[in-house]
Design a protein around this ligand. Structure first.
Ligand code: SF4
Length: 679
């Protein structure tokens, strides 16, 4: 190409689950600018990450060649040498049975990468030990909404915000974590919709709310029960909907009769009259959506919290209609897709269960392979298994558990004790420090493929630039290992070919193809045929499970409660500028200039008590570890609470988190940790 050759390539943002369309301006194989477009989910909007955080693609830090650890140091190697070593170690591990092999897939990789990865772990690794970071964010949504509705996905489309009469946001700092959706909520509020916000921190959306309930951390179940009690007290339940579309209501009502609004409000630490006002406001508007994220899911009672949102929607008949529903906002760009593709221990693609013999038989036929019989381990169980050496071979694709997982001191101990770890990534990360082999992969702008955003919309990525060095597509690398192992079924020539296989085995993706997407078809699953655009909203006329199920969920206090030794409660979360473990966003100088360091938010009155000034370095200690970070004052945080973003490896909040997992979804509690602070 002549010097100065310029092109524009339309693709999808690699950051949050909104899935904004980006137009990349490429000059001489380098992205030099990003523009938004009309139409699509973002309709000309972009946040700071999508608009400016693209420098990482051409960063000199990119991995350009395979690396093998020799004499304790990662050293450059050829693909042949690296693949041969990985295959040899996998063969050795397989001798010990299906529990000795495990893989962590990635919510930032494409559907095609995730499909091939889980197929590899199951058919080449002969194990169901495959999971990804959905276990840390929305495993409770998948479990909870599946119980209530039969399907664990966001029920509405982003565009339906435009017709909602009431919007209830709880457990989501939407303007920071899903900025374009946050902007749409503010826009709809300005047009006259009612807004209810229930959050322990006074987030930006609280400033626009008709009712703001500053609930104590971890009291979501009591919040939703209180709202429902208020609705029942006012006789505002939708009796027709309940009779025609649901089951389990009588038992649910019996349980609700044991509660009062006052009792629920006391647990939440809010005014009962405000709780009543919120419940009545939500119930009396015609069309309403509930939006939540990890402030509901990341608890050992996460599944209960999710089922409570479903109960509230069904009680008022606000589900299965345009502008009515329950909307779990997926954090990472493709966490919905990674789940859809079966990167979960108990689910084959399309949530077809590994415990269902018919599903197993179907996939054995399609893949011409015997599927494993073991009960797959979840992400945190895999980390445990690596540490106690029951897992001998760990394959990590695009994940960084050393920062993202709870109790990182425990993760470190496990990885230090590992038998063999291969990490496939785009940069050296905190996790590659423990890798025996590192394999260089492509980033979003270097590949074709698809992401599925938070509203179930499957969107096409297009290759814009060539990758550095000898880096390869994730699915190509997996195919090379499979070939070395002598296993067929991985000789794909393109991402489009992989999608053909996905659509042949995944009912909700039946009508999806790259050809349709490149022709401009907009598809939201379930897409059951080649001429269908799928479903704008779910559960119209009938829930996925038939009748919607009222599920009883009583409030159970979080395991961590403030005490004399640890008198404060730490919450964790995300900030606008960074994505996940910062491997990509920290390589944009402008982003780093404004959000380069970890911090601890503290109420100024509490800081005064401790003699702490804004910007002072403090130590935060929980029963699991200790970190240091600078203070930031926030008078919108309760006096006994602190907040830290989890993105940072240095000053990592997850050093402090952990505890008993949700018994159903196995999600760990990341939102409530008891801590103490010292200057
Ligand atoms: Fe859109 Fe999310 Fe990307 Fe921001 S991070 S541009 S809101 S997809």
């Amino acid at each position: 190409k002549p010097f100065g050759y310029t092109k524009h390539v339309q693709t999808v943002c690699p950051y949050c689950g909104v899935g904004c369309t980006l137009n990349l301006k490429v000059v001489d194989n380098k992205i030099t600018d990003v523009f938004s477009t009309e139409g699509n989910v973002n309709d000309n909007l972009l946040c700071v990450k999508g608009r400016f955080a693209y420098d990482f693609v051409s960063s000199p830090d990119r991995l350009t060649t395979p690396l093998i650890r020799k004499d304790g140091v990662l050293q450059e190697a050829s693909w042949e040498e690296a693949i041969s070593l990985v295959a040899q170690k996998l063969k050795e591990a397989k001798q010990e049975g299906p529990q000795a092999v495990a893989g962590l897939s990635s919510a930032r990789c494409t559907n095609e990468d995730n499909y091939v990865f889980q197929k590899f772990i199951r058919t080449v690794g002969e194990s169901n030990n495959v999971d990804h970071c959905a276990r840390l964010c929305h495993a409770s949504t998948v479990a909870g909404l599946a119980k209530s509705f039969g399907s664990g996905a966001m029920t509405n489309s982003i565009e339906e915000i435009d017709v909602m009469d009431v919007i209830l946001v709880s457990g989501s700092n939407t303007t920071e974590t899903h900025p374009v959706i946050g902007a749409k909520i503010k826009q709809r509020k300005a047009q006259g919709a009612a807004l209810i916000v229930a959050e322990p921190r006074k987030i930006e959306l609280a400033n626009y709310a008709d009712v703001y309930l500053q609930i104590k951390p971890g009291t979501n179940v009591a919040l939703f029960n209180g709202l429902m009690r208020a609705i029942l007290d006012a006789g505002l339940e939708d009796k027709t909907f309940i009779n025609e579309r649901t089951e389990g209501f009588e038992a649910f009502l019996e349980f609700m009769d044991t509660l009062t609004v006052e009792k629920c409000a006391e647990i939440c630490g809010v005014d009962p009259e405000e709780m009543r006002k919120a419940g009545v406001l939500y119930a009396t508007k015609d069309r309403g959506g509930i939006f939540y994220s990890m402030g509901v899911t990341q608890f050992s009672t996460g599944t209960d919290g999710v089922m409570s949102t479903a109960n509230l929607a069904m009680l008022t008949g606000k589900i299965g209609r345009e502008g009515c529903g329950v909307n779990p906002l997926r954090g990472q760009n493709n966490v919905q897709g990674a789940c859809d593709m079966g990167a979960l221990p108990g689910d084959l693609p399309g949530y077809q269960k590994t415990a269902n013999p018919e599903a197993v038989e179907k996939f054995e036929k399609a893949w011409d392979a015997k599927l494993p019989q073991n009960t797959g381990k979840t992400l945190t169980e895999i980390i445990d298994g690596v540490g106690d050496k029951t897992i001998k071979f760990l394959y990590v694709m695009g994940e960084n558990p050393m920062v993202s997982d709870p109790n990182t001191n425990h993760v470190k101990e496990s990885l230090e004790n590992a038998n063999f770890i291969v990490v496939q990534d785009i940069f050296l990360t905190e996790t590659t420090e423990y890798a025996d082999v590192v394999l260089p992969a492509h980033v979003y702008a270097e590949k074709d493929g698809t992401f599925t955003n938070t509203e179930r919309r499957i969107q096409l990525l297009r290759k814009a630039v060539d990758a550095p060095g000898v880096a390869k597509n994730d699915w190509e690398i997996i195919g090379m290992i499979a070939k070395e192992m002598g296993v067929k079924g991985f000789d794909f020539n393109s991402a489009s070919e992989i999608m053909e296989e996905i659509s042949s085995v995944t009912p909700s993706y039946t009508g999806v193809s790259h050809e349709r997407l490149s022709n401009g078809d907009r598809i939201q699953w379930p897409c059951l045929s080649k001429d269908s655009e799928g479903a704008k909203f779910l559960h119209a006329g009938k829930f996925t499970r038939g009748l919607g199920a009222f599920m009883i969920a009583d409030y159970i206090p979080p395991e961590d409660q403030a005490d004399d030794e640890y008198p404060l409660i730490l919450m964790t979360g995300r900030i606008l500028e960074h994505y996940h473990t910062r491997t990509m966003t920290k390589r944009t100088p402008g982003i780093e200039a404004i959000a380069g360091d970890a911090f601890v938010e503290i109420n100024p009155a509490k800081a005064l008590e401790y003699g702490i000034a804004e910007g002072d370095m403090i130590h935060v200690t929980s029963p699991r570890g200790s970190v240091s970070a600078k203070t930031r004052f926030n008078d919108g945080i309760m006096e006994n609470n602190l907040f830290m973003p989890f993105h940072y490896g240095d000053g990592g909040a997850n050093c402090l988190t952990g505890g008993a997992v949700d018994p159903i979804a196995k999600i760990p509690p990341l939102k409530v940790s008891k801590v103490r602070i010292t200057k």
